[in-house]
Design a protein around this ligand. Structure first.
Ligand SMILES: Nc1ncnc2c1ncn2[C@@H]1O[C@H](COP(=O)(O)O)[C@@H](O)[C@H]1OP(=O)(O)O
Ligand SMILES: [Mg+2]
Ligand SMILES: [Mg+2]
Ligand SMILES: [Mg+2]
Length: 404
């Protein structure tokens, strides 16, 4: 286990420009552009410094895991995907990503301080018919570590991989520090060859204080609400945020400078594009169409898998995010922790259908009223009112009575 000094040295070697800076400029890019504005001073700046090393470490872990996912997505084969008990898919990349992030965090954090709440568990891999998959995952993890080059000649055994994955079983709760991981958010998008995200958040006493979203397939250029394609075809974004320090976006391959991003300031709902799940099975697209109608939104929905939506919204591609799972679905904290802080530190607000903030202090699940909504402060009341009207209309239609 490493001392804090050694840990700092590792972080500096991972992010060569971080030597002297305590600002967001240090996040993986030497030449920060003029649009990187720190803006906040005093308490905000002090608070942001509290999580600076955590964010840097999270970026390192998420970037490594994203590389593993990219390698798998390029040549995804059918026997690398399984169905879980709830019929959702899981791939070697979900497991590999979780193993890598867990292993890196455990290795770099001070002894005894690492607690992880993550989506996957190792049960199926420990079963007899999981052994081929475990072998493949271990190979992928070791190839990714070797290609990165910053961990010496480390080679993980199958047992190391199982241990790293199993570490994600923390129950969470209202006190203490917990890392929260969705190793691949949007596995259906990943398998389809579309959008997905590696989502890593940090909870401190039940509140999200930092988050990093790796979105390997998200275009660096904004997604136009009218569907028009940009000339800039580069993809691969990392969004990073921590309390009081704002949200930055940088390119995954490090070729472009980090820039501070902000949610849209559009305050006329008729001009506000909204984003939602690509999968109709994940969110009620009929309900969201009705919310859009009430708000007078004319642009078609921007449909993207995963928390990549939160990243896209944080930089202003869409002004509203609407998520209304079908009856019986329970939201998990790893599906929203990183995305929430990426949006809020970019100036947005995230709340449920009762207008309440999301509560991350209750363990692995979110207990909320009927849906998740994000928008900017100017549109909050109008969007919430439209959501509540549309839900009433839906309930009345189900009961077969008029809402009036
Ligand atoms: N039946 C379901 N309803 C809602 N969300 C689901 C359902 N099944 C899986 N999910 C999760 O929804 C998220 C995808 O979000 P979106 O619909 O916005 O793309 C993922 O976190 C996905 O889990 P997973 O992380 O396993 O992919
Ligand atoms: Mg899943
Ligand atoms: Mg998910
Ligand atoms: Mg997942």
């Amino acid at each position: 286990m490493q001392a804090l000094g050694a840990r700092r040295a590792f972080l500096r070697s991972s992010f060569p420009c971080s030597r002297s800076s305590s600002s967001w400029k240090a996040l993986g890019n030497c030449r920060a552009p003029s649009i990187v504005r720190l803006g906040r001073r005093g308490v905000g700046a002090i608070r942001s410094m509290a999580y600076e090393d955590d964010v840097r470490l999270a970026i390192k872990a998420v970037s490594l895991a994203s590389r593993l996912c990219q390698a798998v997505q390029r040549k995804l084969v059918a026997n690398e995907t399984q169905a879980k008990a709830d019929q959702s898919p899981v791939t070697v990349a979900d497991y590999g990503s979780q193993a890598l992030v867990s292993w890196v965090l455990e290795r770099e954090l001070p002894p005894g301080t690492f607690h992880l709440i993550a989506e996957e568990d190792s049960e199926d891999l420990r079963a007899e018919d999981g052994s081929e998959m475990l072998k493949r995952i271990t190979q992928l993890v070791n190839e990714t570590i070797a290609a990165d080059g910053s961990f010496g000649s480390t080679v993980l055994s199958e047992d190391d991989v199982l241990t790293a994955i199993s570490r994600g079983d923390s129950p969470g709760g209202p006190s203490g520090r917990y890392w929260v991981l969705d190793p691949i958010d949007g596995t259906r998008g990943f398998v389809r060859g579309d959008q997905y995200a590696v989502a890593l958040g940090l909870l401190d006493n039940g509140e999200v204080v930092a988050g990093v979203l790796g979105c390997p397939n998200l275009p660096l250029a904004s997604i136009a609400a009218n569907g028009a394609a940009s000339d800039d075809k580069a993809v691969g974004c990392v969004f990073a945020a921590s309390r009081g320090a704002g949200t930055v976006m940088q390119s995954m391959d490090g070729s472009r400078e980090a820039q501070r991003v902000y949610v849209s300031s559009v305050d006329d709902s008729k001009l506000a594009a909204f984003c939602e799940s690509f999968e109709a099975a994940h969110s009620k697209q009929g309900l969201t169409a009705n919310i859009a109608r009430i708000l007078g939104v004319s642009a078609p929905p921007i449909r993207i898998d995963s928390q990549a939506k939160y990243g896209a919204m944080a930089r202003g591609d869409a002004v509203i995010y609407l998520r209304f799972p079908h009856a019986g679905y329970r939201e998990k904290i790893w599906d929203h922790a990183a995305g929430l802080i990426v949006i809020t530190e970019a100036g947005g607000e995230v709340f449920d259908a009762a207008g309440k903030p999301l509560d991350f202090s209750m363990g692995r699940f979110l207990d909320l009223e009927k849906g998740i909504i994000a928008t900017n402060p100017s549109l909050r009341s109008a969007v919430l009112a439209a959501v509540q009207t549309a839900i009433k209309e839906e309930e009345s239609a189900l009961k077969g009575v008029s809402p009036l």
